[in-house]
Design a protein around this ligand. Structure first.
Ligand SMILES: CC/C=C/CC(=O)SCCNC(=O)CCNC(=O)[C@H](O)C(C)(C)COP(=O)(O)OP(=O)(O)OC[C@H]1O[C@@H](n2cnc3c(N)ncnc32)[C@H](O)[C@@H]1OP(=O)(O)O
Length: 695
């Protein structure tokens, strides 16, 4: 588990526990013995610790967290390193994470390959760096950097680690040779100053301020998660408590987190994320099927999904032909793609070099013929089976025989798409989630015809574009939307039964989802739900109307149809279940303006008709009726007075707008009196009581 060798006066302790050299119990025992051996050996003057194979130890063995603890603990082993009078060098390559980085922080020196990454990802499995990491990193980097690294769990590359002082030097070439060379250079230097426990935290005087800043950040960014909060508390303790007291605090918080249900759930998610890559389907699995090489791709449709998918492919270095039928749509699509990539560069998420390369890889086109030689096509037009079949049939005729043809459908039967071609084995679904460049999930779907090679290829593409890919069999809604179906439908039923979108959303958001079903619907576009429902009904030979309450004996809601008919498609039109600051905006607010207008302007219109018909003689009659009959607030003077304050012009225009949109509600037929008053800009003084109306 730890290979021990001596090179001249340097002992090399090479952790050998593939695949990631995790500190399992056997490794801890092996390391403990090897350290003792090196300390006892009088010929040994320096010690190098490194990892065999692909990486420096990537942390504690997460699988052991569910088992009873077995001594020695990591801290106990690591403390021997710092105490020895022989310099200890951590020679890092690959990923030095969690307990691995803690081990390095107990060493007197750290050197790393330029491509190596270091980090404390514990927060992502619901714990904190519990082998002194929260107390030692701040002593090297200061609180700010340590808080950032520990609460985010992000890995940093060696050059950044060098900047923060986490490593002392970068090296190229062989790890053991570099370790030995460095160890020789520090062999006789004093070690006192190299022991982190002796150091103080440089920005300790700002501990309160920095901790407050991170506390509010993590509460906002990682709402509902316990570990980031405890990470902030533990790191702060490095500055406010003596080293040993800080360790006790870290240990208490670690125990609490380990026992919490959150950590167990997050560890389950960690292994599940890896388990889904071990896919299987009839006739093959991840071991038996080999992916085909993919270089050139095409995306059909430059809408929200198509552009998002293109961004994923471009960022991963694939050539992308973006096809649209219409020049304006194509130009808009290219603009959207550039905007997304530029935004990501500004946020530091995409390196400039990647963005520059992506620009050269994008090939906008309106000609299907340009797709003849691509290796993979992802069609992302709207959800319409006949349209998709038409496109696939066309692609089948003009693409080279090996091209894989995939549909970014969220619900349509892949078998029925595949039968439009003569290459059903090369047809599959690749269902991206909106926004495609951001959401991690890729649902890959095989039909009864899809070959394991095609499945292997799209799973491989998914991995290369940074998605977590699952492979599922084609069925109505596949996995995600099939399960999401009852969730969404029940949300609509709740609305029909009296809940508001905000109420439903906040229940789910309080549970921990970043967005409730209605905000999510607005994000995806409400036309999608409507089209899926219409297509589904059609496939069953049923034509739905807004009045439909049942489909094949099942209760349905046609609320999305109502939203669609009213142009409320979600964020993209600036209004859906919520109102947004602009089309494409993100700030969801209940559409108060429309609520107010529809309730008030409709009855103001009625008020003018009442005046017109002489049912009431004056606007005061109406206003007083409201004040004393309906408790209308006196400070607003009554609805007719209120209308005048707003301006009869505006009221009239909005009434016309609603009349156009709701032609079947006669209360929106504009009052002729209102038209005359607004056209002639008659002040209220001339149409209220005691005046002789000139009209
Ligand atoms: C009190 C002491 C407290 C200490 C705290 C800790 O140290 S907690 C652990 C901190 N470390 C981590 O969280 C690292 C987790 N691992 C990763 O992020 C990645 O695996 C990697 C190291 C970046 C490598 O990524 P890569 O994509 O190359 O490989 P995989 O992710 O597919 O992993 C390969 C297999 O190794 C298993 N594995 C990885 N890390 C651990 C681990 N720390 N313990 C146990 N097993 C680990 C992983 O599950 C894969 O195996 P599968 O059989 O495929 O699941």
């Amino acid at each position: 588990m730890v290979d021990y060798s001596v090179h001249g006066q340097v002992a090399v302790l090479e952790v050998n526990n593939p695949p990631v050299n995790a500190f399992s119990h056997n490794v801890r025992v092996g390391l403990d013995r090897s350290i003792d051996k090196a300390i006892k050996d009088t010929n040994v003057k320096a010690i190098v610790i490194c990892g065999k194979g692909r990486t420096f130890p990537a942390g504690a063995d997460i699988r052991e967290f569910d088992q009873p603890h077995k001594e020695p603990s990591l801290t106990l082993v690591f403390e021997k390193l710092e105490k020895t009078t022989k310099p200890v060098v951590a020679a890092i390559h690959g990923t030095c994470l969690g307990g691995g980085l803690e081990c390095a922080l107990f060493c007197h020196y750290r050197i790393a390959q330029k491509t190596a990454r270091v980090g404390f990802p514990e927060v992502q499995i619901g714990i904190l760096p519990g082998a002194a990491g929260t107390q030692r990193l701040p002593r090297l980097t200061g609180l700010h950097v340590a808080m950032d690294m520990i609460t985010s769990g992000r890995h940093i590359f060696a050059p950044e680690a060098l900047k923060y002082g986490i490593i002392d030097e970068m090296f190229t070439g062989d790890v053991i040779n570099a370790g030995i060379k460095f160890a020789k250079s520090v062999m006789n230097k004093p070690l006192e100053d190299r022991c982190l426990m002796n150091k103080t935290v440089k920005d300790a005087d700002q501990a309160d301020q920095i901790a407050d800043e991170f506390m509010s950040l993590v509460k906002r960014k990682y709402k509902g998660f316990e570990a980031p909060i405890d990470c902030v508390k533990a790191v702060k303790a490095s500055a406010t408590l003596p080293y040993r007291e800080g360790l006790k605090m870290e240990s208490r918080l670690m125990q609490k987190l380990l026992l919490s249900g959150q950590s167990a759930a997050q560890r389950y998610a960690f292994f599940s994320e890896r388990a889904v890559s071990r896919w299987k389907m009839p006739g093959g699995n991840f071991q038996t099927a080999k992916p085909l090489p993919i270089k050139s791709t095409a995306v059909i449709g430059a809408g929200t999904m198509g552009t998002g998918i293109a961004v994923c492919l471009l960022n991963a270095g694939y050539q992308v032909y973006l096809l649209e039928q219409n020049q304006k749509f194509l130009e808009n699509g290219v603009k959207t793609i550039r905007g997304i990539i530029e935004g990501s560069v500004r946020l530091g998420k995409t390196p400039m070099a990647v963005a520059q390369k992506a620009a050269t890889l994008l090939k906008p086109t309106m000609k299907y013929e340009d797709l003849a030689d691509v290796d993979l096509v992802i069609e992302a037009v709207y959800e319409n089976l006949s349209l998709k079949r038409e496109i696939f049939s066309k692609l089948d005729k003009l693409c080279k025989p090996t091209t894989l043809l995939c549909s970014n459908t969220s619900s349509l039967d892949i078998d029925r798409i595949g039968t439009a071609t003569k290459r059903g084995d090369k047809v599959a679904g690749m269902h991206f989630f909106a926004p495609a460049y951001y959401m991690r999930l890729l649902e890959n779907i095989y039909s009864t015809q899809t070959s394991p090679t095609t499945a292997a290829t799209i799973m491989d593409v998914g991995r290369k574009i940074g998605k977590v890919s699952v492979l599922v069999k084609s069925c109505q809604g596949f996995l995600a939307n099939r399960m999401r179906g009852p969730f969404a439908v029940e949300a609509y039923f709740l609305l029909e039964e009296g809940s508001t979108p905000q109420e439903v959303d906040s229940v789910m958001e309080n549970l921990g989802m970043p967005m409730g079903p209605f905000k999510t619907g607005d994000l995806s576009g409400l036309d999608i739900g409507y089209k899926i429902q219409t297509e589904l009904a059609k496939s069953k030979g049923v034509e739905l109307s807004v009045d439909s309450k049942f489909l094949m004996g099942e209760r349905i809601s046609t609320l999305t149809r109502t939203m669609y008919d009213n142009g409320r498609l979600g964020r993209k039109t600036g209004k859906g279940w919520y109102r947004y600051e602009k089309p494409g905006g993100k700030l969801a607010t209940p559409d108060e303006e429309e609520i107010l207008e529809r309730l008030m302007y409709s009855c103001i219109n009625e008020g003018f008709k009442i005046l017109e018909e002489g049912v009431a003689a004056t606007p005061e009659d109406i206003d007083i009726s409201w004040i004393y009959g309906f408790s209308w607030p006196k400070y607003l003077g009554g609805p007719m007075y209120y209308a005048n304050r707003i301006g009869l012009d505006k009221i009239y225009q909005r009434i016309c707008y609603y009349h156009e949109n709701f032609p079947y509600s006669s209360h929106w037929i504009p009052s002729r009196l209102l038209l005359k008053l607004s056209e002639n800009k008659v002040p209220m003084s001339q149409w209220c009581s005691g005046t002789d109306s000139k009209l």
